[in-house]
Design a protein around this ligand. Structure first.
Ligand code: FMN
Length: 335
C-alpha cells in the first residue's frame, strides 16, 4: 500500500488520504469579501471526485485592516456566514475535510484596499518589499488585544460555518510572520524581536483565545514561515524550537512554508524545496507536519512521505493547472 493513498488520523478527523490542497488566493470573492457562486464552483471543480484528504481554503481576512487584496475572502463579519456555510457544504459534499485559513496581512495590506492605517509588529518593511511601499505603523497594546479577539471571533465563525478546523497564517510576510521574523519585529515590549518567546507571544495568545472560544476538540493548524533565507532573519534552528513551543501551546498540525521570502524558495526548484525544514521540524515534534512547495508528481509526493519529510503533502500550482491531478496521482499508486 502506498503512503499517499493511506488514511490519516488528524486528531479526531479522519483524512481519506495524504493529499492537501494548500491555501491559494483565487480572487473570486465579492468586493466585500463574500463567497460568490464562482468561488464555490471553483472549489467544487477542484474537489470533485473526493481525491483530496484536506482542503485548506485560501486566506480569509479576520478584520478589514488585514485585507491583502481586492476580492479576497472575508471571515471578518457575521454577514459572511451564509456564504462560508455554502462553501464548506460544497467541499464536504465532495468528500474532503476543509479548514479555513485565518489571516491578517499586516504591512502587506494596502491602504487603497483597506482604507485603514498599515500596521505591523514595528515600523520596518520586509527586505523583500517593493520600493515605494508605505512603511507600517507599530501596533499599540490595544490594537494587539483587538487582533487577538478578532482571530478568536473568526475562528468561532469558521467552526459555526462547518469548517473542520482552522489554520493560522504565520508565513509569507503576513502579520504573524512579521511578529515572528527578527527582521520585521523590532519591538522592545513583551512581544519583542530579541527572543523567540517574544516573537511567538502573540501566536500563543491567539491560540489560547481560540481554544477558549472553540474548545479542545476543534483542530488548530499553523502555517509557519520556517525560514527567511536572509541574513538576520528566521532560521531553521529557530523554527525547530518554535515548533515545540507551538505544539506545547496546543497546535494540532504544523504546515511548513517559507517566511519573508514567501512560498517559493529562492533559487530552488526541486520537489519539496522546504523539505529540510519540514524534516527537522517533524523530528522535533509529535504533531503532524504538512510539506508544500514544488511538488508536481505523484512519485515525488510518495517519496517525500516515505523518507519522512512530512505526514501530509500540499500540492498547489499543479492542482491549479490540472483539477484531475489528485485523482491521477492516487491512481498511479492504487493497489
Ligand atoms: C495563486 C496562489 C495563491 C496563493 N495564496 C496563498 C494563500 O492564500 N495562503 C497561503 O498561505 N499561501 C498561498 N499560496 C502559496 C501556496 O499555498 C503554496 O505554498 C505555494 O504555491 C507552493 O506550493 P506549490 O509549489 O505546490 O504551488 C498561494 C500560491 C499561489 C500560486
Amino acid at each position: 500500500m502506498s503512503i499517499i493513498n493511506s488514511k490519516f488520523q488528524l486528531k479526531n478527523l479522519e483524512l481519506k488520504n495524504r493529499l492537501v490542497m494548500p491555501p491559494m488566493a483565487s480572487s473570486r470573492a465579492a468586493d466585500n469579501g463574500a463567497v460568490t457562486h464562482r468561488l464555490c464552483e471553483y472549489y467544487n471543480e477542484k474537489t470533485r471526485g473526493g481525491c483530496l484528504g484536506l482542503v485548506i481554503v485560501e486566506h480569509a481576512y479576520i478584520s478589514i485592516d488585514g485585507k491583502a487584496h481586492a476580492s479576497q475572502l472575508s471571515i471578518a463579519a457575521d454577514a459572511d456566514m451564509p456564504g462560508l456555510r455554502r462553501l464548506t457544504e460544497t467541499i464536504h459534499a465532495n468528500g474532503s475535510r476543509v479548514f479555513a485559513q485565518l489571516s491578517h496581512a499586516g504591512s502587506a495590506a494596502e491602504r487603497k484596499v483597506t482604507g485603514c492605517d498599515i500596521i505591523s509588529a514595528s515600523t520596518v518593511n520586509s527586505p523583500f518589499s517593493k520600493a515605494g511601499d508605505e512603511n507600517p505603523r507599530e501596533m499599540t497594546a490595544a490594537e494587539i488585544k483587538k487582533l487577538i479577539s478578532d482571530f478568536g471571533a473568526a475562528a468561532v465563525r469558521a467552526k459555526e460555518a462547518g469548517f473542520d478546523g482552522i489554520e493560522l497564517h504565520s508565513a509569507h510576510y503576513y502579520l504573524l510572520d512579521q511578529f515572528y521574523s527578527p527582521l520585521t519585529n523590532r519591538r522592545t515590549d513583551e512581544y519583542c524581536g530579541d527572543s523567540l518567546e517574544g516573537r511567538l507571544r502573540l501566536h500563543i495568545e491567539i491560540i489560547n483565545e481560540i481554544r477558549r472560544l472553540t474548545g479542545d476538540d476543534f483542530t488548530l493548524a499553523l502555517r509557519l514561515g520556517a525560514c527567511d533565507y536572509t541574513d538576520g532573519g528566521a532560521t531553521l534552528a529557530d523554527s525547530v524550537q518554535a515548533a515545540k513551543m507551538l505544539e506545547k501551546a496546543g497546535i494540532d498540525l504544523l504546515d511548513i512554508s517559507g517566511g519573508l521570502c514567501g512560498p517559493f524558495r529562492p533559487h530552488a526548484k526541486h520537489e519539496g524545496y522546504f523539505k529540510e525544514l519540514s524534516t527537522a521540524i517533524k523530528q522535533a515534534v509529535s504533531v503532524p507536519v504538512i510539506l508544500t512547495g514544488g511538488i508536481s508528481t505523484a512519485e515525488g509526493a510518495e517519496a517525500l512521505l516515505k523518507e519522512g519529510a512530512a505526514d501530509l503533502i500540499g500540492v498547489g500550482r499543479a492542482l491549479l493547472k490540472n483539477s484531475f491531478w489528485a485523482e491521477n496521482a492516487l491512481k498511479k499508486f492504487a493497489d
